[in-house]
Structures are given as structure tokens and as C-alpha cells.
Design a binder for this molecule. Structure first.
Ligand SMILES: *[C@@H]1O[C@H](CO)[C@@H](O)[C@H](O)[C@H]1NC(C)=O
Ligand SMILES: *[C@@H]1O[C@H](CO)[C@@H](O)[C@H](O)[C@H]1NC(C)=O
Ligand SMILES: *[C@@H]1O[C@H](CO)[C@@H](O)[C@H](O)[C@H]1NC(C)=O
Ligand SMILES: *[C@@H]1O[C@H](CO)[C@@H](O)[C@H](O)[C@H]1NC(C)=O
Ligand SMILES: CC(=O)N[C@H]1CO[C@H](CO)[C@@H](O)[C@@H]1O
Length: 309
């Protein structure tokens, strides 16, 4: 019975999948969208490599357009972003060099007092950081954020209330190997339940680390999934985790992968010779939970309907 059912349902699901990927928006110039977050009103916040600029876009609008929120002072490129309070976000930015940054800085962007004109504050400078990327806040202490350093193979803990920062975890699994063609270790980083989940681009792993509520104490790294590299330069970027613990991972060069908690990988959009997901970098889930929004390094935002089985 199960087999019969699968035989009937599969072609339908594949058909639905083929119909379910829509480009919502693209920048006309080549703007690299690096990371993203979702505001309570459903707007996407987009960090970019363009002059430290943060944009927002309402994905439910017809033909949505990105609107500039602000250029963060002293930064040329913005990376990780995450909510730390209601309509208030922490953002990492710095002066981008060759696989390293100068003046790595944590900012807050707070829309809570004025939903159209946020208050921007510089919270913390982190001179010891080399290349900060993914950022997530601790669920029970949201003013505390963890930020991965892709070059140092470390996690910084920043208290956005005080501005204090320190490395709270370092491990070889977070580094890029010395001979890696692209020296990017830990990339995407999220906290779900009592674990930090992360991708390591150079090692092509998706893994988790148990973490204490305060982000100070870590267990040992457990690898969940490993991507068989197809070509050099293809490596996992950032991701989102849904309420069931399923991860949707931006999978360069052109697809979106779904990874279950026990490490089963499937490609749910893009792939093959498709160009719609050129250089996917990060993923958000729509407010109704039915769609994923995939941001790309080619400056586009693509909606992918979540396949239901
Ligand atoms: C880093 O910040 C300092 C202090 O604001 C500034 O003087 C310096 O020019 C900045 N470095 C770069 C590369 O922008
Ligand atoms: C790096 O070195 C490891 C171990 O010697 C090897 O397995 C791997 O293929 C090398 N990778 C590259 C990109 O050269
Ligand atoms: C992708 O393109 C190559 C080269 O044009 C072609 O050989 C291959 O069949 C295509 N693959 C798919 C899945 O369409
Ligand atoms: C990425 O994929 C697109 C479309 O499949 C292709 O045109 C482009 O050359 C690829 N880039 C790299 C670096 O492989
Ligand atoms: C590459 C690509 O899709 N470019 C499009 C970006 O969006 C503008 C309109 O905003 C189109 O004219 C481009 O063709």
C-alpha cells in the first residue's frame, strides 16, 4: 500500500515542485545579498556587500521592491543579522577585504519606536575577529548573540546590552582546512533548542553543538550531514530551521537543500541547469509557514513553496 501510494504521489509532487519556484525580485545592479531576517510585519531585512547597506522588502507585495533602510556607519559589507527583541535586530558589519575584515562591528537596528525610521546603534567593536559571518541570538537571553568567525574557527559571544565580547568556543570543525580552496569555515549559524547549528563551507558539513542557555558553555561538535562536493567552490552557506527542526540550506551553486535532524538531505529547488538560484546565500520562512524565501549573491529573492507530503 505504501509503495502504491508513493508511486501515485511522486509525479504530482515533482510537478508541484517544478511550479513552485518564483523569482520575486532582483536588484538591477550586481548587489550581493549576504544574509536576511524577517520583521514581525513579514518584511525581509537584507544585509548586503554594497557599501554597508541594509535593505527591506515586503515579499507579499505585487512586484516587490527593495527599499534602503540604512548604511551602517563604518562598514562596507554586512553579514549576519538576527532579531534580539521585538522588531529589533543585531547586525554584523565591517570593512571587507580578501577573506578578512577590518573593524568588525555589531550594530543594533531598532524599529520598535518608529517602524519606518529605525534607531541605529554601534554596540561593540571586535578587533580580535577576522571574518564574522553567521549570527544568532540565544532564545532565553535574546540580547546575547553568538557569531561565527569563518577564519578563526571560533564562536564569539556578544552581550548587546553591555557590548562585551569574548570567544566562547573554538574547534577544528569550525575552521577551514589549511589546503581549502576557499578559506571559509563556519558560515551559517542558528540556535535551535539547546544546540547551535552551523554549516562549515570548506568542510561541507552541517553540524550541531550543545550550548548552555547563556551561550557560555558548549558540548562537542556532532556532524549531522556531509555534502559530497561536486565541484570546487560549491559549499553550504546559511540556512533556516523550521519549528520541526528541519533545516533549509542555501546550497551553492544553484539549489536549496532540505536536511532533516537525522541528516537526510534532499534538494527541493533549483539544481540541474536551473539558474534561478544562482549563488543562494540565506533563507527565511514566510509568516504563514508555507514558503521559503531564498536570497542570492546574484541580488535576487526567490520564493520556494515548501513541498508537503
Ligand atoms: C576602522 O575604524 C577606525 C576608527 O573609526 C578608522 O579610523 C579606520 O579608518 C577604520 N578602518 C578602515 C579600514 O576603514
Ligand atoms: C586537503 O588535504 C586533505 C588531507 O590530506 C585531502 O583529503 C583533501 O583532498 C585536500 N583538499 C584539497 C582541496 O586539496
Ligand atoms: C544540463 O546541461 C548540459 C549541457 O548543456 C546537458 O548535457 C544536460 O543534459 C543538462 N542537464 C539537465 C538536467 O537538463
Ligand atoms: C553558477 O550557476 C550558474 C547557473 O547554473 C552558472 O551560470 C554559473 O557559471 C555558475 N557559477 C559557478 C561559479 O559555478
Ligand atoms: C538578471 C535579471 O533577472 N535581471 C532583471 C532584474 O530586474 C529588472 C527589473 O527590476 C529586470 O529588468 C531585469 O531583467
Amino acid at each position: 500500500m505504501r509503495l502504491n501510494q508513493a508511486l501515485v504521489i511522486l509525479p504530482v509532487a515533482t510537478y508541484a515542485l517544478a511550479q513552485s519556484t518564483t523569482k520575486l525580485f532582483n536588484f538591477t545592479s550586481d548587489i550581493d545579498i549576504e544574509n536576511s531576517a524577517t520583521r514581525p510585519n513579514g518584511n525581509l531585512l537584507l544585509t548586503t556587500f554594497e557599501k554597508g547597506r541594509l535593505y527591506q522588502l515586503n515579499p507579499l507585495q505585487h512586484a516587490p521592491q527593495a527599499e534602503l533602510v540604512a548604511a551602517l556607519p563604518g562598514a562596507t559589507a554586512l553579514c549576519g543579522i538576527a532579531p534580539i527583541d521585538l522588531d529589533k535586530f543585531a547586525v554584523i558589519g565591517g570593512v571587507r577585504g580578501h577573506y578578512s575584515y577590518v573593524n568588525e562591528t555589531v550594530y543594533t537596528v531598532d524599529f520598535s519606536q518608529n517602524p519606518t525610521k529605525p534607531t541605529i546603534q554601534t554596540i561593540s567593536r571586535i578587533p580580535e575577529a577576522v571574518m564574522l559571518n553567521g549570527l544568532a541570538s540565544m532564545p532565553s537571553q535574546p540580547h546575547v548573540v553568538l557569531i561565527g568567525d569563518a577564519r578563526r574557527g571560533a564562536i564569539f559571544r556578544v552581550d548587546t546590552a553591555t557590548g562585551s565580547s569574548q570567544v566562547t568556543f573554538k574547534d577544528e570543525a569550525l575552521t577551514a582546512p589549511a589546503n581549502a580552496s576557499i578559506p571559509i569555515g563556519i558560515n551559517g549559524l542558528k540556535v535551535f533548542g539547546n544546540n547551535v547549528f552551523f554549516t562549515n563551507s570548506a568542510r561541507n558539513i552541517f553540524a550541531k553543538i550543545p550550548v548552555s542557555d547563556d551561550g557560555l558553555t558548549f558540548g562537542s561538535v556532532q556532524i549531522i550531514a556531509h555534502l559530497e562536493t561536486r565541484k570546487s567552490g560549491e559549499d553550504w552557506d546559511d540556512f533556516i530551521i523550521d519549528t520541526d527542526g528541519i533545516a533549509y540550506v542555501a546550497q551553492p551553486n544553484n539549489s536549496l537543500a532540505r536536511i532533516t535532524l537525522d541528516g537526510e538531505i534532499s534538494v527541493i529547488a533549483g539544481g540541474g541547469n536551473s539558474t534561478i538560484l544562482a549563488r543562494p546565500t540565506s533563507v527565511q520562512i514566510s509568516k504563514d509557514g508555507k514558503s521559503l524565501y531564498v536570497m542570492t549573491g546574484a541580488g535576487s529573492i526567490v520564493e520556494v513553496k515548501i513541498p508537503r507530503d
